[in-house]
Each structure stands twice: as C-alpha cells, then as structure tokens.
Design a protein around this ligand. Structure first.
Ligand code: ATP
Ligand code: MG
Length: 205
C-alpha cells in the first residue's frame, strides 16, 4: 500500500507573493513532514472585495516564478477554473475528491485567527483539513474561545506552528513600490524583475 500523501495547501492573494509566504511554506514542509506544498492563488478573494486585486494571470505568473526552483512546491489554478468567489471550503472539498488518499493541511498565518469564524463553512473546513496556523509578526497568536471550542469538536483540530516568520506583507510591499521605497529584498529576484517590467503597483493600492 502506498503511503498517504501529506499535502500542504497555501491559499493566498499573492499580490504579490513574497518571502513571508515562502518561509511559511518551507517551515510547514519541514516541521510537518509534508510531501508537497500547493500554492493556491485566490481567483476572487472573498475578504478582499474592497480593493481591486491585480489580474489573476499576473499573480499566478509571479507565484510560478517564486517557486520555480523548489521541487516540492506546486501551483494550482483550481480557484480560477472554478470561477466565482474563492472559498477555501470549496477548494478543500474539490481537492479531497481529486485525491481521496491525500491528507490535507491548510496553512495560514496568525491573521486568519481573528476572522476565521466568518469564513464560509469554517467549521467544516476543520474536518476537511488539518488547519495549521503560524505566527506572523504584528498579529496575535491567540485563538479566540469560539474557534478553540470548534477546533476541539472537529476531527483534526487546529495546529499552531511557531517558526522564524518574516515581517513582510503584500500590503506593505505595494506601498513601498508605490512610494519608491526599498522592497526588492522581500521577494525572489525573478518576481522583482516581473514587477518592474510590468510596472505593477506603481499607482493606486
Ligand atoms: P495582504 O497584505 O495583501 O493581505 P499578505 O502578505 O497577507 O497580503 P496573503 O496573500 O494575504 O499575503 O497571505 C496568504 C497567506 O500567507 C495567509 O494565510 C497569510 O496569513 C500568510 N502570510 C502572509 N505573509 C506572512 C508572513 N510574513 N508570515 C506568516 N504568514 C504570512
Ligand atoms: Mg493577507
């Protein structure tokens, strides 16, 4: 019998992808002994409807460039194929149907904890995948009671993973690019070149 595949899924807007995402993925892979990490750019991020995100195709290409040298990092366009709002619940369910033998780990930073209970079918998410929450500079690493209760009742609970996280966010990066600050060391070189050649984030938010 082949062993079950342990798959980490890192969902994100990746607008743009940065070293904070990559170090999270590496830490999770090592510490949880994951076979693969799937980067899953959101097609229409439900919680980011207030701001227009960069075209999916551009975010997808940047993610592809960022992981090109990492053998165990994969890129999925599942959320574009499905279209509409990108709900994690739908994505995990589809993934589980595509790979029933896969053991899924959904990876997020600590900022997810404060509004996890607003996510579509959030309690069912805890049954579909092992939710892994990592520390992130600037965000409390504390689980609200309501979420703690649901985690205790769920099949797999929530795993808190502490690692040497980087103090980077895409919001800060976009602001630095717009204001001609120093940002290039926060992303892989190929991503920086892509941003420059496509004149991304030079105006607006
Ligand atoms: P934005 O500022 O636009 O929200 P972001 O930097 O938070 O961008 P996202 O694409 O929203 O990036 O994040 C995808 C996932 O990666 C989320 O689960 C988020 O918590 C996590 N993440 C992002 N940056 C870090 C970081 N520096 N350390 C740990 N986790 C991170
Ligand atoms: Mg974010």
């Amino acid at each position: 019998m082949p062993k079950d595949l342990r798959i980490g899924i890192l969902g994100g807007t990746f607008d743009p992808i940065h070293f904070g995402h990559l170090s999270l993925a590496r830490a999770a892979q090592e510490r949880l002994n994951l076979d693969k990490i799937v980067f899953m750019p959101a097609f229409l991020p439900p919680h980011k409807m207030m701001r227009s995100t960069t075209d999916y195709a551009l975010r997808y290409q940047m993610t592809s460039l960022a992981i090109k040298d990492e053998e165990d990092f994969l890129l999925s366009d599942l959320e574009r194929q499905r279209g509409g709002q990108s709900f994690t619940y739908d994505t995990l369910q589809t993934f589980k149907e595509m790979c029933p033998a896969c053991q899924l780990f959904f990876l997020t930073g600590a900022d997810a904890l404060k509004n996890l209970d607003k996510w579509y079918h959030w309690q069912e998410i805890l049954d579909l995948a092992q939710l892994v929450v990592t520390n992130r500079p600037g965000f409390a690493f504390i689980m609200p009671e309501k979420i703690k209760d649901a985690a205790q009742k769920s099949r797999q609970g929530i795993l808190l993973l502490s690692f040497d996280a980087e103090d980077i966010s895409s919001t800060e990066l976009r602001a630095l690019i717009r204001t001609h600050g120093l940002w290039q060391s926060m992303v892989p070189e190929a991503v920086a070149n892509f941003i420059l050649s496509h004149h991304l984030y030079e105006g607006g938010d």
